[in-house]
Structure formats: structure tokens, C-alpha cells
Design a protein around this ligand. Structure first.
Ligand code: BEZ
Ligand code: FE
Length: 286
């Protein structure tokens, strides 16, 4: 090794420049990143045109980002990286409710509502009663759990995608459990929808012969003092996209029953319990 850059020793040439006092975690991450990046380029014998295409793709990805739109996270989502990072960092014991992607449409500050309230404000869709409990793995109710919920409307759009068309806070709300740990609210039976696909990520999916759809789901963030935060969805099992979610968010345990009830206030009912684990507990400490 001369210290000069060569094809054979490209990884060593770059990683060998690392300073002595670099933060150990940064050094570990960058060393591995360079190793994998160079190995990848060698593996596929990346051409100059392909490298330029990739730079242009990433430039466009950054260019389309705004306060409201995060194309890089969408890229991470569609490459399965968001779900992988979530899986690595949220290992839970069997029986505990699993996480899935947060997605770009959560809005902080949704109105607090009373149990049983309706969150659908645009009058569209098939009303669905969502109910269940926040409980421990031992089945005890958790009081004071905060359940933040949101879904698309019957046309497949979130309120924030259609300002001026949908009422603000349509299909959103925050609920707090009492001593019985129970929650209930009336939303709609969600529908499948395409992720924003008018940018570079949409073009990537198209080039890869992939559709941009997510199966129908209801989003939840469940928090309670002393327990691990759950960021999750419940899914409609008979959705045509249930096995091909474009962001890989579906987990078997998150497929919820949707039962037709044809009641005065709701056509459907979906029951789902959120099982929380203590804040310090992870699968590896059990
Ligand atoms: C969502 O479910 O809202 C979502 C998740 C990931 C990417 C786009 C949308
Ligand atoms: Fe969603």
C-alpha cells in the first residue's frame, strides 16, 4: 500500500485518512459506509453515466423537499430502510404491539376528543367504530394512555394533502384512556392509497415495475407514562395491497378484524388492543 488511491485499495485509501480523534461511533459508521459503498460500485461495475444518473436522482430528491414534503424519507421508506431501522430499534417481546412506519402525514396538535367521538368531518366513507384497550402484556388496563389517531379520507387523501378541500383535522383525534384502559372512536373504514408519486421516488418505483400503493390502514401513536411509545397502524386484511405495501409496513400482528355491523352510527367495527411494555424493557433484556 502506497497511500495513493488505487482501485484495489480504494477502501483502505479513504478509511486510512480518518483522523485519530474522530468520535468512535462516527468512525465506525463511516468506515462501514465507505466499505459498502466501494464494494457496491465494484460489484456492479458502476459506469460513469450511472454514477451521474444517481447524483442527478439524489439532487432531484433534495430539490423536491419542502417543509411539507420529505422525499428522502419516502426514498428510505420505499427501499425498506425505514422499516429496518425501526425493527432494529424496537424489538419487543411476543404479544407486545409492534411498530410500523410513522409516515409523513402525522400532525402534532390534533384535537383531544371524548371517547366515542366521531373523527370524520367530511361526511365521506363508511363509518367504522374503532375500539379496544391499552393493556400490559399481563392484560391489565393502562389508564392515562394517549392515543393519537389519523387516517386518509374515503378518497385516499389525508386532510393535509387537501387543504381547503377537506376540513382541518378531518379523520384525526387524540383520546385518553380511563381506568378501564378502553378507547373508542368513530372514523371510516380506511381505503388504500398511493404514496406521493409525482417525484423522483415515484419515477424510481415506476422504473422498478413497482406500484405506489399502501394497503388501507389506521395510524396510531400510543404513549403512556412508564411505557414504550408505540408508533403503528392497524390494517384491513382483505385489502388488495396487503402483501405488497410499497413501504413494507405490514406486519401480521397488525392486521385487524373489520366486522360488518350495520348499526345506526357505524357500518363496520374494528377491535384492537394495544399491548404496551415498560419503558426500559426490550426483547433483548428479557
Ligand atoms: C403513510 O402511511 O401515511 C405513509 C407512510 C410512508 C410513506 C408515505 C405515506
Ligand atoms: Fe397512511
Amino acid at each position: 500500500m502506497t497511500g495513493f488511491f488505487t482501485e484495489e485499495f480504494s477502501i483502505e485509501a479513504v478509511n486510512g485518512r480518518m483522523g485519530a480523534r474522530v468520535h468512535p461511533r462516527l468512525a465506525e459508521i463511516m468506515e462501514s459506509l465507505v466499505r459498502h459503498l466501494h464494494s457496491f460500485a465494484k460489484d456492479v461495475h458502476l459506469t460513469t453515466e450511472e454514477w451521474e444518473f444517481a447524483i442527478d436522482f439524489l439532487t432531484k430528491t433534495g430539490g423536491i423537499c419542502t417543509e411539507e414534503r420529505q422525499e428522502f424519507i419516502l426514498l428510505s421508506d420505499t427501499l425498506g430502510l425505514s422499516m429496518l431501522v425501526d425493527a432494529l430499534n424496537n424489538r419487543r417481546p411476543p404479544g407486545a404491539t409492534e411498530n410500523t412506519v410513522l409516515g409523513p402525514f402525522h400532525v402534532v396538535g390534533a384535537p383531544e376528543r371524548k371517547m366515542g367521538d366521531k373523527i370524520t368531518l367530511d361526511g365521506k366513507g363508511e363509518a367504522c367504530l374503532f375500539e379496544g384497550r391499552a393493556i400490559t402484556t399481563g392484560g391489565d388496563p393502562i389508564s392515562g394512555a394517549r392515543i393519537d389517531v389519523w387516517s386518509d379520507n374515503a378518497d385516499g387523501f389525508y386532510d393535509v394533502q387537501q387543504p381547503g378541500i377537506q376540513p382541518k383535522w378531518n379523520n384525526r383525534g387524540v383520546f385518553r384512556t380511563g381506568i378501564d384502559g378502553c378507547y373508542s372512536f368513530v372514523g371510516i373504514k380506511p381505503v388504500s392509497y398511493p404514496i406521493p408519486n409525482d417525484g423522483p421516488v415515484g419515477q424510481m418505483l415506476e422504473s422498478l415495475g413497482r406500484h405506489p400503493y399502501r394497503p388501507a390502514h389506521m395510524h396510531y401513536i400510543v404513549t403512556a407514562p412508564g411505557y414504550q411509545k408505540i408508533v403503528t397502524h392497524t390494517f384491513v386484511g382483505d385489502d388488495p395491497y396487503i402483501t405488497s405495501d410499497t413501504v413494507f409496513g405490514v406486519k401480521q400482528t397488525l392486521v385487524a378484524p373489520f366486522e360488518r355491523i350495520d348499526h345506526e352510527h357505524a357500518i363496520w367495527r374494528s377491535k384492537f388492543d394495544f399491548v404496551l411494555i415498560p419503558a426500559a424493557e426490550t426483547a433483548s433484556t428479557l
